[in-house]
Write a protein that binds this ligand. Structure first.
Ligand code: IDP
Ligand code: MG
Length: 137
C-alpha cells in the first residue's frame, strides 16, 4: 500500500474547498491516514519547497504558502501517488483536464488549490515534514 502527501493550499482553505477535495479523494477509493491544519511560517514554506529555490516564482510561492492555514493529509491506497496527481490535474490549471481539482477550482498557476508528492522518495520526505509516525494511522 502506497502513501503520499496532499496539501489543500491556503487558497483552497480560504475558499472552503476542504470538503470538496476530501470528497474527491474518498470517492476515488483513497483512504485519509492522517490530517492536520497548519499555518506555515515563511521559513517553513521555504524549507518545504526548497527544491524550487532557484525558480523565479520561489519568493511568491513561499509567501502564498505561508499566507494562511493549509490542510496537510497523508493519503493511502494502491498507486496513490499517481492517482492523486490525476485527481489534482496539471500544474497550470489552463492545461488541466476537465473534472480535475485544478481545472475546476484553480484561479492562477500559483494558487492552484492542491499539492501532491510526485514520487515515492519525495512522498516519504514530505510526509515526514508534516507528520510523525504516531500521527499516521
Ligand atoms: P506541482 O505542484 O504540480 O507539482 P511544481 O512544478 O512542483 O508543480 O511547482 C510547485 C508549485 O509552484 C505549483 O503547484 C505552483 O503553486 C507553483 N508554480 C509552478 N510553476 C509556476 C509558475 O510558472 N509560476 C508561478 N507559480 C508556479
Ligand atoms: Mg511538485
Amino acid at each position: 500500500m502506497e502513501r503520499t502527501l496532499s496539501i489543500i493550499k491556503p487558497d483552497g482553505v480560504e475558499r472552503k474547498l476542504v470538503g470538496e477535495v476530501v470528497k474527491r479523494f474518498e470517492g476515488a477509493g483513497i483512504r485519509i491516514a492522517a490530517v492536520k491544519m497548519v499555518h506555515l511560517t515563511k521559513d517553513q514554506a521555504r524549507l518545504f519547497y526548497a527544491v524550487h529555490r532557484e525558480r523565479p516564482f520561489f519568493e511568491s510561492l513561499t509567501e502564498f504558502m505561508s499566507s494562511g492555514p493549509l490542510v496537510a493529509m497523508v493519503l493511502e491506497g494502491e498507486n496513490v501517488i499517481q492517482k492523486n496527481r490525476e485527481i489534482m490535474g496539471a500544474t497550470n490549471y489552463k492545461e488541466a483536464a476537465p473534472g480535475t481539482l485544478r481545472h475546476d477550482f484553480a484561479t492562477d498557476i500559483e494558487k492552484n488549490v492542491v499539492h501532491g508528492s510526485d514520487a515515492p522518495q519525495t512522498a516519504n520526505q514530505e510526509i515526514a515534514f508534516f507528520f510523525n509516525a504516531l500521527e499516521i494511522s
